[in-house]
Design a protein around this ligand. Structure first.
Ligand SMILES: [Zn+2]
Length: 123
């Protein structure tokens, strides 16, 4: 599973991570909210490219996408999904107090919420 995802990511070096997370061939079941939350949690800018992600962040991307997808379903069933949002539809970054930016990014052109200060852009 893990290796399969890594292989598929490596086959798409130019892909932006915000698009990669929404690619159902790579991360099946990951939707837009999960995309925003995972990137915030691993401190990676949505416009980073797959090939420039350090190994540590690449592994974290795969790991957190799986963890968050699991938590997401639990929280959804308990109607506490919004309570756990740190980036999605937020205005202020809880880590540094800077503004959360909202932009439509990537080929998928989906609404992306992120902090330009603590989410590092690997390009
Ligand atoms: Zn921040």
């Amino acid at each position: 599973m893990h290796l399969k995802q890594k292989k598929k990511l490596k086959e798409n070096p130019d892909m932006l991570v915000c698009d990669a997370l929404l690619d159902q061939q790579i991360f099946s079941g990951v939707g837009n909210i999960i995309k925003n939350e995972v990137l915030y949690r691993i401190k990676v800018h949505p416009e980073s490219t797959v090939e420039n992600l350090p190994v540590k962040q690449l592994n974290a991307l795969i790991k957190e996408a799986r963890n968050y997808s699991f938590d997401f379903l639990v929280w959804k069933k308990a109607f506490v999904l919004k309570k756990h949002w740190l980036a999605h539809k937020q205005k202020i970054c809880k880590r540094d107090g800077n503004s959360i930016v909202k932009k439509h990014l990537g080929k998928t052109n989906r609404r992306t919420f992120y902090c330009e200060v603590c989410q590092v852009k690997y390009v």
